[in-house]
Design a binder for this molecule. Structure first.
Ligand SMILES: [Zn+2]
Length: 328
């Protein structure tokens, strides 16, 4: 067998439907908090833009050495502790939520593709599931009913390694757009057999790569998701997107942070508890909700688009590309 057949592109597209189910905005009767833990499965990089340092280098271009700049970043920290901004986790969850509910694409990771995205929700009377829950900017903007806190590392003395990464290349527009239509949402395969040599450029500082602090695997972070007046259906769908419907076995993972094409940032999100404060605000009691009964409800009621759910599970399965070479 030739090596070529075993070579896999780092990303795949999950097709989206341009005809979304849209309905009038409505509040639900569930408010409360979801308590989560995030565990790194492959090394994680969350570069802090505030720590950017420019290193002046010489780079050879057509036999001439030119003055170029190389960038270095520290891992994102809050009060000295490694952290993940809530916005990164929220973006990752929203993306999955949009896929499994056939919602509109709220954002695409590159501006040059924004113009291909069709039928954005702009009206409160006609909103897709994703915009209902996460909000939208339109004629009459709608705030989010989900707030994801920053995630804080639980370990006291995490070990971080300074690594000069291999150059990351985004896919060319021609690979993402066909017949003036976007091919779908871009997702990255997990790299089950990742080693340092897969992402390190051996200290070779270039204008096209960056030097960053890398956090290893098996580190845990804690975060919370506050939800405000959402429906039971929305809560059940959100729970599925956080856990992929898993309880004890850990097969499906999310992707967070920098260097996804190189296999970095595979993480597991565990939901420890869900507490609901019923709509009666006089009563400060929180009721603990059973995760498994909510997940069962999501499946029994067929709240997720079956085909899209299969797409998400395939791309999120850590072992899908086992034994294959993932490269550009
Ligand atoms: Zn929408």
């Amino acid at each position: 067998m030739s090596n070529k057949t075993d070579k896999v592109s780092p990303y795949a597209f999950i097709k989206n439907n341009n005809q979304y189910t849209q309905s009038r905005f409505e509040f639900g009767d569930k408010s409360g908090v979801i308590d989560c833990t995030l565990t790194t499965k492959t090394p994680l990089i969350i570069p802090d833009p505030e720590t950017k340092r420019i290193i002046h280098i010489k780079e050879k271009n057509k036999k001439i050495f030119e003055d170029k700049e190389h960038k270095e970043f520290d891992f994102y920290r809050i009060g000295g502790d490694c952290a993940i901004p809530g916005s990164s986790i929220r973006g990752c969850i929203r993306n999955i939520y949009e896929v499994v509910t056939d919602s509109c694409i709220s954002s695409y990771n590159s501006e040059e593709f924004e113009k291909y995205i069709k039928n954005h929700c702009v009206d409160r009377d006609k909103l897709c599931d994703g915009c209902q829950l996460f909000g939208m900017i339109g004629n009459e903007s709608l705030g989010s009913r989900i707030r994801v806190t920053d995630a804080y590392i639980m370990d006291q003395n995490p070990e971080l390694n300074v690594v000069t990464l291999k150059t990351l290349m985004g896919p060319e527009a021609t690979k993402c757009v066909k017949n003036d239509d976007i091919k779908g949402r871009k997702f990255y395969w997990h790299h089950p057999n990742i080693t340092v040599s897969d992402y390190s450029d051996n200290g070779k500082k270039r204008s096209t790569n960056t030097t960053v602090e890398v956090l290893g695997e098996d580190y845990k972070f804690g975060f919370k998701i506050f939800f405000d007046r959402i429906s039971k259906k929305e809560l059940a769908k959100l729970l599925w997107c956080l856990t992929f419907g898993e309880k004890d076995n850990k097969k499906y993972f999310h992707r967070i942070g920098h260097g996804k094409p190189l296999g970095l940032g595979s993480v597991k999100i565990d939901v420890n508890a869900i507490h609901i404060k019923e709509s009666n605000y006089e009563k400060a009691d929180y009721n603990r909700v059973s995760r498994s009964s909510l997940l069962k409800y999501a499946l029994d009621e067929q709240l997720l688009i079956e085909e899209r759910k299969r797409d998400i599970l395939k791309i999120s399965d850590f072992e899908t590309q086992e034994g294959k070479k993932i490269a550009y």
